[in-house]
Design a protein. Structure first.
Length: 413
């Protein structure tokens, strides 16, 4: 199913392919096709999987302008919306209204319900629990055989434990929801597989909501269950909200723990800064730089213009699709001098790893604290941590995966 074909604004041979391929020599860098547009055409045409040519926004300043412009919509029902893959395009007519595809008052209403559990103070209160989970998982690593896969030993279990505790989902069910939630970030799924996974996960969460209506506890699912009981939400709406938080709450953080470790092992001078410091401000700053450098949401933010927009010498017409290439924006040398250099002392908090504008990541404070705890603990407790395979053997996710990362990271010490 192809999106509405937009008229190219440039000769065919000047249109870049999106997302493009990452270099095997520098797999942490955004694809060269995106970087080539920075400074030359920060708003340009790109060809995506279905042959259509939406706009791609690579410049940091232009991204902020687009992501805060009320003339730009997240509504994926509008013809011409630039879907990241065929499965999402084919199932678009079934997509309910969520925080991802809502605009205006609808988005404000949904977001308000989802942000209350993730306030900065509530997330800071979880720091001791995150620290305990992290230490327990590292204890198991140290007591077990070597080498160990960091993904299964730490990267996935930690955010899974935290989102389970926050939502009120029994952790003994984590294998079930982890398996089904992973379909949301895979690029090789079929419509049937995605539908089956959604139905299984939705059925599980609907059942949990019904239990919490009768026996509430102090958690997010109980909060949503109370809203269902009061008539503020329907059961399907609450189920969907829980599903979004459950999926988003562990996959991206897990990827950041793994990729962050992989890139730090390649930059031992920067790793030493984290290993040897007890300054929480330095650790917090390091997390922002790693978020900038790696930018897990590799396929960026998808939008469609509701009105004509003039930006960076380009005219985006009403009905044109727009892709905000977040990794490229975070490597824009205007915003981040020498962007290819990993510099944990860099002031990088203006990055777009959590996007920008009204659709910024709801759980970003939780993700930050998880990463601060892991990065300040893992390398201090295992100072001789090293890669257990040749770097050429690392298996990165495909370039069209919604969340960039590694399939596994064998490490030893």
């Amino acid at each position: 199913m192809a999106a509405t074909q937009a008229t190219p604004a440039a000769p065919d041979d000047e249109i870049v392919d999106y997302p493009g391929n990452r270099s095997a020599q520098c797999p942490f860098a955004p694809p060269a096709q995106q970087l080539s547009l920075l400074g030359k055409a920060p708003v340009a045409r790109a060809r995506i999987w279905d042959g259509s040519t939406p706009w791609i926004v690579t410049g940091h300043a232009a991204q902020r302008q687009i992501l805060s412009d009320p003339r730009v919509s997240s509504d994926d029902k509008i013809p011409g919306f630039p879907f990241p893959n065929e499965v999402m395009a084919l199932s678009a007519h079934e997509h309910p209204l969520t925080i991802f595809n809502a605009d205006g008052a609808d988005h404000t209403r949904i977001r308000r319900m989802m942000t209350r559990p993730f306030t900065r103070n509530r997330m800071e209160a979880l720091r001791p629990e995150i620290q305990k989970f992290t230490d327990d998982l590292i204890d198991k690593m140290l007591a077990g055989p070597k080498p160990v896969d960091l993904v299964t030993a730490l990267s996935l279990p930690l955010p899974s434990l935290m989102i389970c505790a926050l939502l009120g989902v029994p952790y003994e069910d984590h294998d079930f929801f982890q398996e089904h939630a992973s379909f949301a970030t895979r690029s090789d799924k079929t419509v049937e597989e995605q539908t089956a996974a959604n139905q299984a996960l939705g059925g599980y969460l609907a059942g949990l909501l019904q239990k919490k209506m009768e026996a509430p506890t102090e958690d997010v699912v109980s909060d949503f269950a109370a809203r269902v009981k009061d008539g503020e939400l329907t059961l399907p709406e609450a189920t969907l909200l829980c599903m979004i938080l459950l999926i988003a709450g562990h996959e991206t953080s897990a990827s950041m723990i793994t990729l962050g470790t992989a890139v730090l092992l390649e930059n031992p001078d920067q790793l030493a800064l984290l290993r040897e410091t007890d300054d929480p401000k330095l650790v917090a700053n390091a997390v922002e730089e790693l978020l900038r450098y790696l930018t897990i949401p590799a396929l960026g933010q998808r939008r469609i213009a509701k009105e004509d927009i003039e930006i960076e010498g380009a005219t985006i017409k009403a009905g044109d699709g727009i892709i905000v290439a977040l990794p490229a924006g975070n490597w824009d040398p205007v915003a981040f001098p020498e962007p290819e250099k990993l510099d944990l002392a860099r002031e990088a908090r203006h990055h777009h790893a959590f996007a920008w504008g009204i659709h910024q990541c709801v759980g970003q404070q939780l993700a930050r604290i998880e990463l601060q705890v892991v990065y300040s603990t893992l390398y201090r407790r295992i100072p001789t941590l090293e890669l257990a395979i040749d770097p050429s053997e690392r298996r990165f996710r495909r370039d069209d995966a919604l969340a960039y990362g590694l399939h596994e990271l064998p490490v030893t010490w």
